[in-house]
Ligand binder design. Structure first.
Ligand SMILES: O=C(O)C1=C[C@@H](OP(=O)(O)O)[C@@H](O)[C@H](O)C1
Ligand SMILES: C=C(OP(=O)(O)O)C(=O)O
Length: 427
């Protein structure tokens, strides 16, 4: 018998919401996004699109977007748009702004941390397509300055997306609107490859089907078709609840995470299954049942395709028998914080046996942990991962818990409601 059985819904997917915002804003006609994620990042992107002249209205839980057909009309004069630490958003928006016809300079600004997160590979590709775009301080990172001068045209372009798939997604999303057909080839491997599938799926849902030919992406010219579009629950947000089930021998069902989810992070449950959990998948949701306490096993795994799941996996690894080896994810060092360093430092603070590698972590399970105050480095995923640890390590405190607002403002409320009974159990 599971310790507790809970069924929940998580907020909409951040990745899908941001793609749908872009396709609907570029589209022809009025789209309705049903169940978008209302958190800091998508709201920043939504406000940015409004600043570029796109009309977006909130109707109940939905967003109604009057598509621009690719003809944005920002207010007159030099304009500055703040994108916070929204990596996906600033990369997508940089490409969108390159579509603007002749007009005053547009600057995309951000937090200090985002100023250390690279964007140069995307800028290089956009320049090769004719854009007048640069990193303001020549750091290869934002702020980004774009001077729309009518010379952006598209064409054959190569891009290095080995540090972030968001560069490729950004180019693909705007490519239907370039003056000449755009064909994108990758140089080097693609980081976080399942996010490409989300991009291609959302583009196709809005009427643009990208052809793949010997490794190149051929993007048909055209306009996105307006439609009503339902956002799935966020698989990355769901992971904390599944992880909580995994280490406490509980059962958690996430109703709005269907079996055929387009999100790569929905496959995190496969990993939990390997570690000893029971997983049930259907169109009505996904259930994870943790093994009885002491039954979780360590795994050795490449996390190159699931970077956002590394903090979640690292959070449960100290409670698993044996060693967990997390490999192939150097790109974790350029996220909201250096997540390999952050997880290693904070797990060690609790007394875990953890080793930081250049591209991953080694965590040896079975060591008793002691409570402490955890630093979150203004990173939502560090805060939510240590909420998982806190189910087992009573008295653990999390600094600046409100940083979850980036992707999941209601996290703590849902967390406490879901795991209320477990919060008082001494394991
Ligand atoms: O395209 C997206 O929605 C995302 C892609 C991933 O980034 P990288 O491709 O930079 O690894 C992921 O970490 C991020 O949270 C969201
Ligand atoms: C890395 C993330 O987001 P972004 O790159 O969009 O800032 C994340 O949400 O974990």
């Amino acid at each position: 018998m599971p310790l507790l059985e809970k069924t929940i819904c998580v907020p909409g997917s951040k990745s899908i919401t941001q793609r749908a915002l872009v396709t609907a804003a570029l589209g022809q006609g009025t789209s309705t996004i049903v169940g978008p994620l209302r958190s800091e990042d998508p709201l920043l992107l939504k406000d940015a699109l409004v600043a570029l002249g796109c009309n977006i209205e909130e109707k109940g839980d939905d967003w109604v977007i009057n598509g621009t057909g690719g003809n944005f009309a920002p207010a007159q004069g030099k304009c500055s748009i703040f994108m916070g630490n929204n990596g996906t958003g600033i990369r997508f928006l940089t490409a969108v702004v390159c579509l603007l016809e002749k007009g005053p300079e547009i600057e995309l600004t951000c937090t200090k941390r985002m100023e250390a997160r690279p964007i140069e590979s995307l800028l290089q590709a956009l320049r090769a397509m004719g854009a007048n775009v640069k990193s303001k301080f020549n750091t290869g990172c934002p702020p980004v300055v774009i001077v729309p001068d009518g010379s952006f045209k598209g064409g054959d372009v190569t891009i290095d997306a080995s540090k972030s798939s968001q560069y490729l997604s950004a180019l693909l999303l705007i490519a239907p609107y370039t003056k000449i057909p755009t064909r994108i080839s990758l140089v080097g491997p693609l980081a976080s490859s399942p996010y490409l599938k989300i991009t291609l799926s959302v583009m196709e849902a809005f009427g643009i089907k990208v052809e793949e030919d010997s490794g190149a992406f051929l993007v048909p010219q055209g306009s996105y078709r307006a439609r009503e579009f339902q956002i799935e629950g966020d698989a990355s947000s769901a992971s904390y609840f599944f992880a909580g089930a995994a280490i406490t021998g509980s059962s958690v069902t996430v109703e709005n995470l269907p079996q055929d989810s387009i999100q790569g992070d929905a496959r995190f449950v496969d990993l939990l299954e390997k570690m000893g959990c029971t997983v049930m998948r259907s169109q009505k949701g996904t259930t994870v049942v943790g093994p009885s306490v002491g039954g979780l096993k360590g795994v050795e795994v490449s996390m190159k395709d699931m970077p956002d799941m590394v903090p979640t996996l690292a959070a449960i690894a100290p409670f698993a028998n044996g060693t967990t080896v997390i490999k192939d994810c150097p790109h974790l060092r350029i996220k909201e914080t250096d997540r390999l360093a952050a997880m290693a430092t904070e797990l060690a603070r609790l007394g875990a046996d953890v080793e930081e590698l250049d591209d991953g972590l080694i965590i040896r399970g079975g060591k008793g942990l002691r409570p402490s105050r955890i630093k979150t480095y203004d990173d939502h995923r560090i805060a939510m991962s240590f909420a998982v640890v806190g189910l087992k390590v009573k008295g653990l405190e999390i600094e600046d818990p409100s940083c979850v607002k980036k992707s999941f403002p209601g996290f703590w409320e849902l967390w406490d409601k879901t795991f209320l009974e477990v919060l008082s159990v001494e394991f």
